[in-house]
Design a protein. Structure first.
Length: 41
């Protein structure tokens, strides 16, 4: 069931793109910090 949903979404929207905006030179840190901040709101 989940595979079917994924395939339908993929067919409609296309492959995932670079959706995480990184502005600095330390991408792993920015992703980690962003994930922690989202969890705390």
């Amino acid at each position: 069931m989940i595979q079917t949903i994924y395939e339908r979404l993929l067919a409609h929207f296309g492959a995932p793109r670079n959706w995480w905006p990184i502005f600095g030179d330390d991408a792993p840190f920015e992703m980690l910090l962003g994930a922690v901040l989202v969890q705390q709101t």
